[in-house]
Design a protein around this ligand. Structure first.
Ligand code: 5AD
Ligand code: SF4
Length: 444
């Protein structure tokens, strides 16, 4: 095997996992293929959060089977693997739905990929599936992480104990586990030494992080943020995704006292109705959510918020939905991800009575998005004329153009030379749309 191709669906945790798997493969001497057709090993890293996300996998698998057949006609073998949350949820059904799959790896066992590739090569197995929730941590086996460029992710926490009634995560990622403080700090130092300027600490429930320090004492996210912020050369720090009821005062203080902590926080609320929040098994009311936001704003007035919403949760009435719209008006989120409720097999809410008809879900989503997109566009427009530090990462749409991100995670395009790549450069914002900004380099 010489070339691999990984296609990633879903969240940033999956992006991180794919990067770690690529690291394992590169250690074995494989390199990334530009096109799927050139790959001896194709891996789909999958998402199961909503029905649509899972269905995408099966349509992609259909296409890759044809590629496998074409390559076979040219005498080339193709190994196809599936990893991630769909595997954890579907288990052996994966092979039933697609016979072309050679191996399937769950979310907590992908460090075993090298062994599985060896077994397949030696024909010790025809198909391999591993969906265990092992006692050992994959991080002890993955080796050192490598830089993902100017912006890097570090998974610090995985799994969730909240069991929101609509959500598959506790089943696909297991119970909460946190990586030790020292491991995370070492990974952060290494990434910064390789050119990373921005680190995003990842976890499904990142603010309930409780990793052990060198003396075996449990430490929280605020402690970790303070430690990482001491790393020389690190310019920006973020964490995603937080659970509102677990935002404690120490974490709020970080937004006041840690200058490199960016003024943007993704804090999913899901609904503005207390009745629905209760049915969702969220451990907070709308009022408590707004209190957390108020405290964070007091700690750092520049802070702006992003959120996730679900519309059409079972039994959601017009009044419940109105409460969601009201909450959106109160916070004026600068970005928001909103979804129609999707019943997930095995989750409690999928069995609830009074499922909301698709037509109503669709209507509510359109109304909510209209509002949310309006706030997003307004915020972007407010930036016009301002000078903003932008971390440039990749190529823009045209030659001579680079893309980067503002402190508020906005995408920005600017005419910029290669010397700006991987650097933070001041940019004067010229235009704004809902999804991006453009500007010109403003120098110091
Ligand atoms: N239906 C719709 N949206 C969902 N999410 C999670 N589970 C479901 C579901 N069953 C959304 C939540 C969560 C985001 C990652 O996906 O808003 O915060
Ligand atoms: Fe899912 Fe709720 Fe856990 Fe978020 S907090 S991962 S929505 S169970």
């Amino acid at each position: 095997m010489e070339k691999y191709f990984i296609k990633t669906f879903g969240c940033q945790m999956n992006v991180y996992d794919s990067h770690r798997v690529a690291g394992l493969l590169e250690k074995r001497g494989l390199s990334a293929a530009e096109r799927i057709e050139d790959a001896d090993l194709v891996i789909f890293n999958t998402c199961h959060i909503r029905e649509k996300a899972a269905e995408k996998l099966f349509s992609d698998l259909g296409r890759v089977i044809l590629i496998k057949q074409e390559r076979a006609a040219q005498g080339k073998d193709t190994v196809i693997g599936v990893m991630g949350c769909v595997v954890q949820a579907e288990d052996e059904q994966i092979f039933k739905r697609s016979a072309a799959v050679d191996f399937a790896l769950g979310t907590l066992t992908y460090h075993r990929l090298p062994q599985i590739l060896d077994d397949l090569a030696q024909k010790k197995a025809e198909m391999v599936i591993d969906t265990e929730f092992p006692a050992e941590s994959k991080f002890d086996y993955l080796g050192e992480n490598t830089s993902q460029g100017a912006c890097s992710f570090i998974a610090i926490q995985e799994g969730c104990n909240n069991f929101c009634t609509y959500c598959v995560v506790p089943y696909t990622r297991g119970v909460e586990t946190s990586r030790p403080v020292e491991d995370v700090v070492r990974e952060a130092r290494k990434l910064v030494s390789e050119g990373t300027l921005e680190i995003n600490l990842l976890g499904q429930n990142v603010n309930s992080y409780h990793g052990e320090d060198a003396l075996g004492k449990e430490r929280n996210l605020a402690y970790l943020i303070n430690k990482i912020s001491e790393i020389d050369g690190l310019k920006r720090l973020r964490y995603t995704t937080s659970y509102p009821a677990d935002v404690n005062d120490e974490l709020i203080d970080c937004h006041k006292n840690v200058p490199i902590l960016m003024p943007y926080l993704h804090l999913p609320v899901q609904s503005g109705s207390d009745r629905i929040l209760k049915a969702m098994n969220r451990r907070h009311t709308a009022g408590e959510y707004l209190e957390v936001i108020a405290k964070l704003r007091e700690a750092n007035p520049a802070l702006r918020f992003a959120s996730d919403f679900i519309v059409g949760f079972p039994d959601e009435s017009d009044e419940d939905f109105q409460a969601t719209l009201d909450l959106a008006d109160k916070v004026k989120f600068i970005t928001a991800f909103s979804f129609k409720y999707s019943p997930r097999p095995g989750t409690p809410a999928a069995e609830y009575e009074h499922q909301v008809p698709e037509k109503i879900k669709k209507e509510r989503l359109a109304v909510l998005q209209d509002k949310l997109f309006g706030y997003q566009l307004n915020f972007n427009k407010e930036m016009v004329g301002k000078i903003v530090p932008v971390l440039f990462e990749g190529d823009g749409r045209h030659k001579g153009q680079l893309t980067g991100r503002t402190p508020y995670m906005q995408n920005l395009y600017a005419e910029a030379g290669d010397e700006c790549r991987g650097k933070i450069v001041n940019v004067k914002i010229e235009t704004a749309t809902m999804n991006s900004l453009s500007g010109t380099i403003a120098g110091d």
